[in-house]
Ligand binder design. Structure first.
Ligand SMILES: *[C@@H]1O[C@H](CO)[C@@H](O)[C@H](O)[C@H]1NC(C)=O
Ligand SMILES: *[C@@H]1O[C@H](CO)[C@@H](O)[C@H](O)[C@H]1NC(C)=O
Length: 315
C-alpha cells in the first residue's frame, strides 16, 4: 500500500506539469503547452499614441457596484495576488448596444526592487511602469468565466498602470495592508471596506486605449477586448515593495510577474480620447503635431468633397 502511494507521489509533479503548470521563468516555452500563446493576437503590447486612431464610438466605461455585504477575498496564487470580485460589479458600455460584462477578479503584475520602471505588461509610448492592475470581466451572455474564456470578445479586461510617487495611494492601501497576511502561495486574507470604484473612477474611465488581444498568462486565449486606461495612478515606493516582498510556489521571491511585449501585427489600436486630453505635457507636445496634421488632412478632404459636390451640381 505504502509503495503504491509512493509511486503516486512520484508521478504527481509530471501530472501537474502536463496540466498547464507554468511560471514566469519559462515564459518563452509557454506555447509548447498552450499553442494560443504563439498566436498573432497576443497581449500585452506597446500602446503608441501615434499608431492609434480616435474612435468616437468608444464611450466612457461604466462600472456599477451591486449590493454586497461580504468582505473581498484576496489570495496569493503563486504567480500573482488576486482579488475575488464575483457578483460585485458590472462593467457597462464596452461597445454600443453591447451586453454587460460581469467582473470576476482583479490581479496585479509587477517587477523587482532594483528597477522602478519595469513591471507593467503594457507600455505607453515605449515606456513601462512598475505595476499594472487588471480587472477581468466576462460577457453576461455566458454562464461563467470558464465558458466565456475561449470565445471571441467574450472577455473584457481593464488595465491601469501605476507610476512611482512620493505620496502613498490611499485607495490602494487596503490591498497593500492585506499583502502582509499572504506572503506564501495559497495564503488568503480578507479586505474590509474595499472599493474598486475609487481606483477605476469615473473620470479616469473616459480615456483608454482599445484593441483585440489575449490573456497574458497561459492558455493565452485570444478572446479579450483590451481597455488600458491612459492615465497612470500613483503608488509609493513602500507600497510597491509590499508586492515585491511576496513569495511564489517555490518560496522564491515573487517578482517580475509580467509577460513581454507581443507583436502588434496587423491589428488596429483605437483610443477614446483626443490628444488635448493628455496631461503629460512632454508627451502632449510630441504627439500634438501628428494629431493636428491628421485633423488638417480631414478638414482639407471635407473642403474637397464640398467643392466636388458643387462642381457636379453645375452640370
Ligand atoms: C511614433 O513615435 C515614435 C517616437 O515617439 C517613433 O519612434 C515612431 O517611429 C513613431 N511611429 C510612427 C508610426 O509614426
Ligand atoms: C526607486 O525609488 C526609490 C524611491 O524614490 C529610491 O529610493 C530608489 O533608489 C529607486 N531605485 C532605483 C533602482 O532607482
Amino acid at each position: 500500500m505504502s509503495k503504491f502511494i509512493f509511486i503516486i507521489l512520484l508521478c504527481l509533479p509530471t501530472f501537474v506539469n502536463s496540466n498547464g503548470h507554468w511560471s514566469y521563468k519559462n515564459k518563452n516555452d509557454w506555447q509548447q503547452n498552450a499553442h494560443y500563446c504563439g498566436g498573432n493576437l497576443q497581449s500585452p503590447i506597446d500602446l503608441w499614441f501615434n499608431r492609434s486612431r480616435h474612435d468616437q464610438r468608444l464611450k466612457p466605461l461604466h462600472l456599477v457596484e451591486k449590493p454586497s455585504h461580504s468582505e473581498v477575498i484576496i489570495q496569493n496564487n503563486g504567480h500573482s495576488v488576486q482579488l475575488n470580485l464575483k457578483d460585485r460589479y458590472i462593467l457597462k458600455k464596452i461597445a454600443p448596444l453591447s451586453e454587460d460584462y460581469n467582473v470576476e477578479q482583479a490581479h496585479f503584475h509587477w517587477g523587482h526592487s532594483y528597477d522602478n520602471r519595469t513591471g507593467s505588461e503594457h507600455f505607453l509610448d515605449g515606456q513601462s511602469y512598475p505595476l499594472e492592475m487588471h480587472m477581468v470581466t466576462y460577457s453576461s451572455l455566458f454562464a461563467n468565466i470558464g465558458e466565456a474564456a475561449s470565445n471571441t470578445r467574450a472577455l473584457a479586461v481593464v488595465g491601469i498602470l501605476f507610476e512611482l510617487s512620493d505620496e502613498p495611494n490611499q485607495f490602494l492601501q487596503p490591498i497593500i495592508d492585506a499583502l502582509q497576511d499572504i506572503p506564501y502561495q495559497n495564503g488568503q486574507s480578507t479586505i474590509k471596506n474595499f472599493n474598486l470604484l475609487s481606483l477605476f473612477d469615473e473620470k479616469r474611465m473616459h480615456r483608454y486605449y482599445r484593441y483585440d488581444g489575449s490573456l497574458t498568462t497561459p492558455a493565452c486565449f485570444e478572446s479579450v477586448i483590451w481597455n488600458v486606461l491612459q492615465e497612470p495612478l500613483p503608488i509609493s515606493y513602500d507600497q510597491l515593495r509590499a508586492f515585491q516582498s511576496l513569495y511564489d510556489e517555490h518560496r522564491q521571491p515573487l517578482i517580475n510577474t509580467y509577460r513581454k511585449i507581443q507583436p502588434m501585427g496587423t491589428r488596429k489600436l483605437f483610443r477614446s480620447f483626443h490628444a488635448h486630453h493628455i496631461h503629460d505635457n512632454e508627451l502632449k507636445a510630441r504627439i500634438s503635431t501628428t494629431e493636428n496634421h491628421a485633423q488638417r488632412t480631414f478638414f482639407n478632404m471635407k473642403i474637397i468633397l464640398v467643392l466636388a459636390t458643387f462642381s457636379m451640381m453645375k452640370f
